[in-house]
Each structure stands twice: as structure tokens, then as C-alpha cells.
Design a protein around this ligand. Structure first.
Ligand code: FEO
Length: 399
């Protein structure tokens, strides 16, 4: 087994005989279209060497040199016969024109919408082969099977399955944003945490489609030894672990965990939040308190994923809610978490009303909203804070 060593000689990593990772590591990306990536990410491309030479996906523009060096360790890039484009988004197609410039005779395999997207992006007269679910491409001893995956997560998306090696290359599905010189799940700690953050921020709204796709893959009789996503590490030790996690997350399976999300202007809403937490803690249930000005929305969403209860608090400002709370609710609405229980709390100077706005939003998302009646004027007094403690205790009983 080859392992990429930073500063060493090898850039490519062999997955199985004739199948290589030839991607790139982005150590410094911290904002991935609005989603914070504190650990960076990778852009995974794969090279399959048989009688024909195939590249599956490319890397983000600016990282092509790394990909090219990896390919050159194994083959002459001019000899690439086929380029499979699982997904047109630029983090995976960004170096397609660089590959096609070198591999002048290469043909592209993509879905119909993939072809449409690539033409729109690159405006090139390349040779395209449109594939559908179940179509196969023989490349010698190996056969590639394609599985369309529309809206997982773009209309053009598809998976590629290397039949003889039982390797599934599902592009964005099952990924994680981690920059590391290790390539496999058995080499990296806490990878499930990163996979959960990735799922919550990218795939959560697609839960029904994910369940259908997994069922379809089971019905196709596909056996999986390894899953090579397009971001992060490759699942070779326990690929079923990430598949089962996706099933649970998509079904809305959550823990007995209560999340308190809030922001505060002069500290009153924070006092309420802490008092509720005190009540929950007295009952010994897992709870987290996250202030929105200190925690990025994409980190908060990861906590929403496995929490049964999400409490949202805001002071009233300009007859509405605090801007960070509005930002969070907009993000939450788009990601459509399933089977959540919610409640609201807050403080106000004269009119009040933030709780009403939050409650309406939560109901629209599909939350079951409990009547908390925890909106207090100016600074909550001791008896009001005691009500918050009691609410926390009662909440635990509902779990
Ligand atoms: Fe949909 Fe990793 O791009």
C-alpha cells in the first residue's frame, strides 16, 4: 500500500490493483461556499489502469498540478482513454479542460445533464458518451457500471462502480471535509464526526432521495468493499458503517440530546438559555449551548443533526429577531431537518415578538413546537429564571 507523504516522493495512492487516488489536498480552504471547513478538504480524483486508462473526476482549478504529478507516477496522461465526470460542480470538473488538453483522444462519460453542464461550463466540442443507470463500460479486465443519482446532490450527479474491485465512487456522497495526508478511514480519528458535519450541511435536505438511492443500490445487487468519495478519506475498513449512518441520518434518527441555540444583545437571552441548561443538567441529559455569534452556522447544523430537541432563543430587535438567529433559521429551513421538537425563548425591551417569529419558522420547517412561554421583559428576575430551570427539567421528562 502506498501512502502519500507530504514532502515525500509519492503523490498517488493505490486503492486496489490498478486503481489509484490521484487527487489533491486543499489544506487552507476555510469557506466552502458558505460552509466553514476548519480542517480544509481534498478533491479526490481516481485513475483506473487496465487495457484502457480511465480518470474518474478531476480536481478544483488551481490544484491540477498535484493531480497531474500523481497520474504521471503511473501512466503518461496523454494515454488516458476515458474521463468519467460524476459531477459537474467545479471542485470536481475544474481541471477537466486541463486533462482534455493533454489527453487529446479521450472521451467523456457523463449523464445527459452532466454533458449539458460541462458544455455550459467549458464550451468545448469534446466527445461525450451519455450514460444511464446500469450502463457498463468495459476497460479490459475491469468493468465500470454507472448509477445516475439526480439531486444527490445536483441534477447531473452520478456514481461509478468498479465491479471487479467492488469499489463505489459516489462523488459527493459519503464525503467529509478533511485535509490529511492519510487516505483511509482506518488511518484517521473522528472521521464519523466530520462525515456527520458534511451530511448535515450538504445532504440533509436530500434525505428521502438518499434512502431511495441506497435501496436501489441494494436492489442492483452491488457489493461494496470500498467507497471512494470525492472529498476526504476513503472508506475501506467499514464501508457499511457510513452507509448505515446515512440511513439513520436520513430517517431522522437522533439521540436524547437537547441543543440550545441563541444569540443575545445585553445578556438577558443568554441568562434564560443558561437557566434552561441548568434544568436539563439536573436531569442528567446531554445538552449543548451554542451562541450564534461564536459558532458558525455549519457547526451548529451538525449538532442539530443528532439532537432530538432544538431550542432557539433571540432578543427582540426592530420588532423581529436578531440577525444571527435569522441567518441560522434561513440555513435550517433550507436543510429541512426531520422529526425535531423545538421551543423558543427570548427577551425584549418594550414590544417583544421574537419568539413568535421563531416559532412560525420552526413550524414551517416541520418542527413540533412546544409552548414554552419564556419571553421576558428587560432582565429576567430570579422567579423567571426559576421557570426556565423548571422548563429544562420538564423538557427532559418529555424525552
Ligand atoms: Fe458538489 Fe464537491 O461538489
Amino acid at each position: 500500500m502506498q501512502t502519500q507523504i507530504v514532502g515525500g516522493n509519492k503523490l498517488s495512492v493505490e486503492l486496489k490493483d490498478g486503481v489509484y487516488w490521484v487527487g489533491a489536498i486543499d489544506w487552507n480552504i476555510r469557506d466552502f461556499h458558505g460552509y466553514t471547513t476548519p480542517k480544509g478538504t481534498t478533491y479526490n480524483a481516481y485513475l483506473i489502469v487496465d487495457e484502457k486508462i480511465v480518470v474518474v473526476d478531476t480536481v478544483k482549478h488551481g490544484f491540477f498540478d498535484d493531480m497531474l504529478r500523481g497520474i504521471k507516477e503511473i501512466v503518461d496522461p496523454r494515454e488516458i482513454d476515458y474521463v468519467v465526470s460524476n459531477h459537474v460542480e467545479k471542485d470536481h470538473s475544474g481541471s477537466l479542460s486541463d486533462i482534455m488538453r493533454l489527453a487529446k483522444n479521450a472521451e467523456i462519460y457523463a449523464t445527459g445533464r452532466g454533458k449539458e453542464g460541462l458544455i455550459k461550463y467549458f464550451k468545448q466540442d469534446w466527445t461525450f458518451n451519455i450514460v444511464k443507470t446500469g450502463d457498463e463500460l468495459n476497460i479490459g479486465k475491469k468493468n465500470l457500471m454507472f448509477i445516475e443519482a439526480p439531486m444527490l446532490h445536483w441534477p447531473d450527479s452520478m456514481f461509478t462502480y468498479i465491479k471487479e474491485d467492488r469499489i463505489l465512487l459516489p462523488n459527493d456522497a459519503f464525503g467529509q471535509h478533511i485535509a490529511t495526508h492519510q487516505r483511509f478511514d482506518d488511518e484517521v480519528k473522528d472521521v464519523m464526526e466530520d462525515a456527520a458535519t458534511y451530511y448535515a450541511n450538504i445532504l440533509m435536505p436530500l434525505a428521502p432521495l438518499i434512502l431511495k438511492k441506497i435501496e436501489e443500490i441494494v436492489n442492483l445487487g452491488i457489493k461494496i468493499d470500498m467507497i471512494g468519495p470525492s472529498h476526504g478519506i476513503i472508506w475501506r475498513k467499514e464501508p457499511e458503517k457510513i452507509i448505515n449512518a446515512y440511513i439513520d441520518w436520513s430517517k431522522g434518527v437522533a439521540r436524547d440530546k437537547i441543543l440550545i441555540v441563541y444569540d443575545t444583545m445585553w445578556g438577558s437571552t443568554e441568562k434564560i438559555a443558561r437557566s434552561i441548561l441548568r434544568g436539563i443538567n439536573k436531569e442528567g441529559v446531554e445538552a449543548k449551548l451554542l451562541k450564534l455569534r461564536e459558532n458558525h452556522r455549519s457547526a451548529v447544523i451538525k449538532e442539530v443533526l443528532d439532537s432530538k430537541v432544538v431550542l432557539v432563543g433571540s432578543p427582540t430587535i426592530n420588532n423581529g429577531i436578531f440577525p444571527t438567529v435569522a441567518d441560522f433559521l434561513t440555513y435550517l429551513k433550507g436543510l429541512k431537518p426531520k422529526k425535531k421538537i423545538g421551543a423558543t425563548f427570548g427577551s425584549y425591551g418594550w414590544g417583544g415578538g421574537a419568539c413568535k417569529v421563531i416559532e412560525k419558522e420552526l413550524r414551517e420547517i416541520g418542527f413540533e413546537v412546544l409552548d414554552a412561554n419564556l419571553e421576558f421583559k428587560y432582565v429576567p428576575d430570579e422567579s423567571e429564571l426559576e421557570r426556565c430551570v423548571e422548563f429544562g427539567k420538564e423538557l427532559v421528562k418529555k424525552l
